[in-house]
Design a protein around this ligand. Structure first.
Ligand code: SAM
Length: 211
């Protein structure tokens, strides 16, 4: 278990009691049919925060298996509580860095859709190397995505949008697709709402992986 500071009592209970029921091993290749108890298209959300968008996705597409990847224990606790309260059956969690999870947990061509909403923007130049969207990470992700798999990415930080445009341009197999309505993909997330409060524009990227 990573850092558990600033957990509410409910989050702590959820991590203790529910995480073992809903989590996948972050060190072992995923057997999705075994973890979810059925075969279904696999979607992943990376950095789900408190999980609002993931709960929305799970409810909108109950016939999909959805895996949330997150490092932040209070967020994981919050999602676990929503899973329990709402009786959500098609979400599982991997606690770990997305870079490692994509490498170790996901098998080749297994992921039908990836969603990454408002990742940490790391605005200072010396921190740009910490941004999630990096050529090596996207390369790894491409290997795990199925043909015709979709990638959705959103940010409210314009310099990150420009950065991501440059990174995604290095992957010609990512064909831009007509943007779905953001409201269909997610309720405004916590960090999206913050972006709105700050008067930021929201930048949406949607791709289909070809070939
Ligand atoms: C700015 S928050 C956005 C949360 C949520 N998607 C939203 O829109 O409200 C970024 C989230 O990504 C998580 N995160 C940061 N780096 C990560 C990584 N390497 N792997 C997985 N999650 C990560 C953080 O813990 C945090 O919850």
């Amino acid at each position: 278990m990573q850092l558990r500071g600033r957990l509410t009592g409910a989050q702590r209970r959820a991590l203790d009691e529910l995480l073992p029921l809903y989590s996948a091993n972050s060190e072992v290749l995923l057997d999705a049919a075994q973890l979810f108890g059925r075969s279904a298209p696999l979607g992943i959300e990376i950095g789900f925060g408190t999980g609002d968008a993931l709960i929305h996705w799970a409810t909108a597409q109950p016939d999909w298996n959805l895996l949330g990847v997150e490092i932040y224990p209070p967020g994981i606790g919050a999602l676990l509580n929503r899973i329990e309260e709402d009786g959500v059956e098609n979400v599982r969690i991997v606690q770990g860095r997305a870079e490692d999870v994509v490498e170790k947990v996901l098998s080749r061509a297994s992921v039908a859709e990836v969603r990454i909403f408002f990742p940490d923007p790391w605005p200072k130049k010396r921190h740009h190397k910490r941004r999630l969207i990096q050529p090596a990470f996207v390369e790894r992700l491409m290997g795990r995505m199925a043909v015709n798999g979709e990638l959705h990415f959103a940010t409210d930080w314009e310099p990150y949008a420009l950065w991501a445009t440059g990174v995604f341009a290095g992957f010609p197999e990512l064909a831009p697709v007509e943007a779905a309505n953001a409201q269909d993909l997610r309720p405004p997330t916590r960090f999206e709402q913050r972006g709105h409060r700050l008067g930021h524009q929201i930048f949406e990227f949607q791709f289909k992986k070809q070939g």
